[in-house]
Write a protein that binds this ligand. Structure first.
Ligand code: HEC
Ligand code: HEC
Length: 252
């Protein structure tokens, strides 16, 4: 991402902090009409292929003959679930994101090896479950046990990182709407993940996106599944609270 080198041109204003709901704009709003049309129309949205694949997986029993997801959960039972993840996990007393929760069922309830990060079945199931929340609003759980983790995510969002020494907030709270090497900087909301990204030519998770931004400022990205990434996901859910879920979104 060499375009991140343009950073030095920013005149960073002093204001910091959350963007009020009335000024919040989805990444969708910063896209061209053509890309917006692709997201809006299910027959054009490539992410729908993963949703359909996820639906098939949901009903399928594994090779070992284990129970399909649908046998315990039924059909269309995941409405609203993606809108309230990450959630608090009683068992580990840590936050868990949706991909982590899917893998929990995969190992504990299906007796199967967990899916690798960014693997096709994990993304497909995430897209299938996520799509069932489309049009609902991001509604993170009001669970005080999550508070310290959300605070850590917020602190990470505001911390300068990488050789370019930039924080997430400097781009997404303070300079959104500005151009970085020709493309607009969005507010960085996480209401559409997993997304179909044209640059990736495929579906990718929020963690993949976050790692990309870290690499963009030449920081060492956290490994997939790292607690630091889940904490950022938690904070982003707070930051996007009340915005419409767009899964599967399309992004340039
Ligand atoms: C130098 C500016 C910059 C920094 C710093 C930065 N980002 Fe980004 N971010 C971008 C740009 C630009 C995009 C849009 C995609 C692109 O062009 O790469 C983006 C996209 C995103 C998105 C996707 C939004 C959508 O609509 O899908 C999220 C979420 C995000 N960033 C979160 C973060 C987090 C968390 C951090 C800190 C770890 C961070 N970003 C650091 C510039 C930045
Ligand atoms: C043997 C039964 C069983 C199977 C098979 C199963 N699950 Fe589950 N799943 C559960 C139970 C029990 C829970 C916990 C319910 C609760 O927390 O209320 C759960 C919870 C979940 C949740 C969290 C729901 C929420 O409201 O927070 C998700 C997501 C999920 N399962 C996805 C899957 C997927 C995907 C598969 C297939 C790969 C699957 N499950 C297979 C029994 C099962």
């Amino acid at each position: 991402m060499k375009r991140f080198a343009w950073l030095l041109l920013f005149a960073t204003p002093a204001i910091a902090g959350d963007i009020p709901l009335s000024e919040r704009r989805s990444g969708f709003d910063f896209m061209t009409a053509e890309t917006q049309a692709m997201q809006r129309d299910d027959t054009l949205n490539p992410g729908m292929l993963w949703v359909l694949e996820g639906e098939a997986l949901w009903r399928q029993s594994s090779q070992a003959g284990n129970k399909p997801c649908a046998s315990c959960h039924g059909e269309g039972s995941m409405q609203g679930v993606a809108a309230r993840y990450p959630a608090y996990d009683e068992k580990t007393q840590q936050p868990i994101d949706l991909a982590g929760r899917i893998n929990r069922c995969r190992s504990e309830n299906q007796g199967q090896a967990i899916y690798a990060p960014e693997s096709r079945p994990l993304l497909s199931l995430s897209a299938y479950i996520g799509q069932q929340s489309r049009g609902l609003v991001v509604a993170p759980p009001e669970d005080p046990r999550l508070t310290p983790f959300i605070e850590r995510g917020k602190a990470a969002f505001e911390r300068r990182i990488g050789q370019l020494n930039f924080s997430c907030a400097q781009c997404h709270d303070q300079n959104w709407g500005q151009k970085l090497g020709g493309s607009p900087i969005p507010q960085g909301h996480a209401n559409g993940y997993p997304i179909y990204r044209l640059e990736w030519q495929g579906l990718g998770s929020l963690q993949r996106r976050l790692r990309n931004c870290m690499i963009g400022v030449r920081a060492e990205p956290h490994a997939f599944g790292a607690p630091e990434l889940v904490e950022l996901e938690l904070y982003l859910a707070q930051r996007a609270k009340g915005m419409a879920v767009e899964i599967p979104a399309v992004r340039p």
